[in-house]
Design a protein around this ligand. Structure first.
Ligand code: NDP
Length: 343
């Protein structure tokens, strides 16, 4: 059996499903040549198990990555590129995620933003921030970066931006998630939350470090796809896997409504599904397969001890599914057994 991939990167690997993916990949007789496992704090006790695995396995490298922090993502991209030494990245698994409790009664803007930032902005930052950062077209009417102007021309969150939120790309995504068009003439803010903002994303205003390194992850997937142009869409070629959940399905929404309301989480994963679908269409010409995976309800810190599946069972299924992914799975949501879940 050929390896799942030669090179693979997984986010959120110090515990839970991410750690188990690393364990099982390492245990395979045909393990990937290079496994990149990211975690937020490699030097912390929480990463001990992962570090021990890395000490015993030369094909495993631990990389620091806070998925919501562009500086960290940039640094991780640089580290990855250095390790790959000119090779491409076959598989990127956006696994890191959070699920704080929230109900329709308790959910608020802070909660939604926090979860959205980790579960949607994080995967986007890690994968594809570069498009928003490409140089603006020249000429009249093109004095802003494509995609920025429409979303950001009027709004910025009032007063409470953390330093890293000031990075333009993240601000845009907040807006995209939460802003409704103001009603009526002259209404350029949502009451209580947003204030008018000058047109701040002018051409040339982005810091050079964004331009040069943020596109590395996608660039490396594209490179892997190009290097394997002779084979069809697959993880052996190039694949972007976003870890979603059955709870994100609007069609099946009623299933969990009473058992597990978790409104902010479900909204964020529904958005992640849309991102996956958009990526699947956008990257199809590049040969990159994009699929969302539901790992099942799994006994992790997130899933809780009462979950029916162990991480071992879930990941065994996930890796089997990944192994068999083809073009027909591009832009789909599949569970750990390979069954399709309706959006
Ligand atoms: P865990 O809570 O066990 O682990 C989550 C991992 O994500 C940790 O490594 C955590 O790091 C990391 N993480 C969280 N936020 C960030 C961030 N901002 N940047 C980088 N890393 C971060 O969760 P699971 O292993 O159970 O879940 C993995 C994925 O599977 C998630 O996307 C989840 O939504 C999805 N899923 C899980 C289900 C389940 O039943 N377990 C069901 C459906 C989907 P740290 O330790 O530093 O916090």
């Amino acid at each position: 059996m050929s390896p799942l991939a030669r090179t693979i990167l997984i986010t959120g690997c110090n515990r839970g499903i991410g750690l188990e993916i690393v364990r099982q990949l390492l245990a395979k007789p045909n393990a990937p040549e290079q496994i990149f496992a990211t975690c937020r704090a490699p030097d912390s006790p929480q990463c001990q198990t992962l570090n021990e695995l890395a000490a015993k396995n030369s094909n495993l490298k631990v990389i620091q990555l806070e998925a919501t922090d562009p500086t960290s993502v940039n640094k991780a991209a640089k580290d990855l590129e250095a390790h790959l030494k000119g090779a491409g990245l076959n598989v990127l698994i956006n696994n890191a995620g959070i699920m704080p409790p929230s109900t329709l009664e308790t959910v608020d803007a802070e909660d939604l933003l926090h979860v959205y930032t980790t579960n949607v902005v994080g995967p986007l930052l890690v994968t594809k921030i570069h498009e928003a950062l490409l140089p603006a077209p020249e000429g009249p009417g093109h004095d802003r970066l494509p995609g920025y102007y429409v979303l950001t021309r009027r709004f910025q969150r009032k007063g409470s931006l953390e330093p890293h939120w000031k990075e333009p790309a993240q601000v845009i995504l907040i807006h995209e998630a939460l802003l409704r068009a103001p009603e009526g003439p002259g209404h350029d803010r949502l009451p209580g939350y947003y204030v008018p903002k000058r047109r701040f994303h002018r051409k040339g205003s982005l810091e050079p470090r964004w331009k040069e390194s943020a596109q590395v992850f996608l660039h490396l997937l594209k490179k892997a796809a190009k290097d394997n142009a002779h084979i069809g869409m697959s993880c052996q070629k190039a694949a972007l896997i976003n870890m979603s959940t059955r709870g994100s399905s609007i069609t099946l929404c009623h299933e969990l409504q009473d058992i597990l309301p978790i409104v902010s989480y479900r909204c964020s994963k529904a958005a992640l599904n849309m991102l996956t679908k958009c990526q699947s269409l956008g990257y199809k010409p590049d040969g990159i397969l994009c699929t969302a995976i539901h790992p099942g309800w799994v006994q992790t810190d997130l899933g809780g001890p009462g979950a029916p599946l162990t991480p071992q069972e879930s990941v065994k299924g996930i890796l089997n599914v990944l192994y068999h992914l083809t073009e027909k799975d591009n832009g789909c949501l599949l569970d750990w057994e390979g069954k399709s879940i309706p959006w």
